[in-house]
Design a binder for this molecule. Structure first.
Ligand SMILES: NC(=O)c1ccc[n+]([C@@H]2O[C@H](COP(=O)([O-])OP(=O)(O)OC[C@H]3O[C@@H](n4cnc5c(N)ncnc54)[C@H](OP(=O)(O)O)[C@@H]3O)[C@@H](O)[C@H]2O)c1
Length: 244
């Protein structure tokens, strides 16, 4: 650890979109940032993992345990930003393997990797944060997004429960953040799907054409600021409901 390396940050999905923006504007000088993704990102330490494959999860858990055991700094963070909207389409009509990967990445990996992070970080001194990504899709019916919406609803329940537990003992802050509609590859994919597969597609085309997508760096900056904003443990917040 260098003198200035006072923060250790894992970001899944830092190769694109919101995760990449989070990595680009980490607010702690000298922080060590580890990207967990398939592609990796220039200049970022990379833990290569296909998180839709449960066989990859153990290596992430080992990274949490080993790095935390050796870390003496003050701030530890895991933001699980990796996610996918693919395959977009009605549950009865999409390809089963892709559907299974969606469920494993979006619904199962937040719980399993979140639990692994808590196991490594609970009871340690210093500030510790677990941030999961949620979505308005947790609370609304979007035809064509059944597994995505179900996964985000699961994330919300998991965060509320694990946050209440950590409030009682463990001391890790657990929150879920819905970022709004953000200008990333995921939004591009939504616009590129057919209205047959995703009947509400036009809403997202209109948001894009109206210049109403949020900038990923603005979103990332606001997300980092939330960590010291005194949120109750187990909070599920939507950036669109917050000032600023
Ligand atoms: N954009 C929005 O409007 C919006 C709205 C609500 C919620 N969200 C949530 O915000 C998060 C980030 O979304 P985004 O818009 O930034 O998406 P994005 O630009 O498509 O980026 C997705 C990231 O997830 C990673 N990922 C996808 N599949 C993976 C796999 N199998 N294994 C490991 N990593 C994988 C990708 O890395 P590799 O391809 O390199 O593996 C990439 O870095 C997601 O959880 C999403 O649900 C986004």
């Amino acid at each position: 650890m260098t003198d200035t390396q006072n923060a250790l940050v894992w970001i899944s999905g830092a190769s694109s979109g919101i995760g990449a923006a989070l990595a680009a504007c980490v607010p702690w000088a000298g922080a060590r940032v580890i990207d967990i993704s398939r592609r990796g990102a220039p200049g970022l330490e990379h833990l290569e993992a296909d998180l839709a494959d449960p066989a990859s999860w153990e290596a992430v858990a080992v990274s949490f345990a080993q790095e935390l055991a050796a870390f003496a700094g003050d701030r530890v963070v895991f933001v699980h930003a990796a996610g996918t909207i693919d395959p977009v389409g009605f549950a009865a009509e999409v390809e089963s393997d892709a559907y299974q990967r969606n469920v494993l990445l979006n619904a199962a990996s937040p719980q399993v990797l979140g639990q692994a992070f808590l196991a490594a970080a609970s009871g340690r001194p210093g500030r510790r944060h677990l941030v999961l990504m949620t979505s308005g899709a947790a609370n609304n019916v979007y035809r064509g997004w059944s597994s995505y919406g179900a996964a985000k609803a699961a994330v919300d329940r998991w965060v509320r429960t694990a946050g209440a537990e950590q409030n009682e003992r463990g001391g890790v802050q657990v929150v879920a953040v819905a970022p709004g509609t953000v200008d990333t590859a995921m939004q591009r994919m939504i616009r590129e799907t057919s209205a047959d597969a995703f009947p509400q597609r036009q809403k997202f085309v209109d948001l894009h054409e109206g210049g109403e997508l949020s900038d990923p760096v603005d979103v990332a900056t606001r997300m980092w600021a939330l960590l010291d904003a005194g949120l109750a443990n187990g909070s599920v917040v939507d950036l669109r409901d917050l000032p600023g």
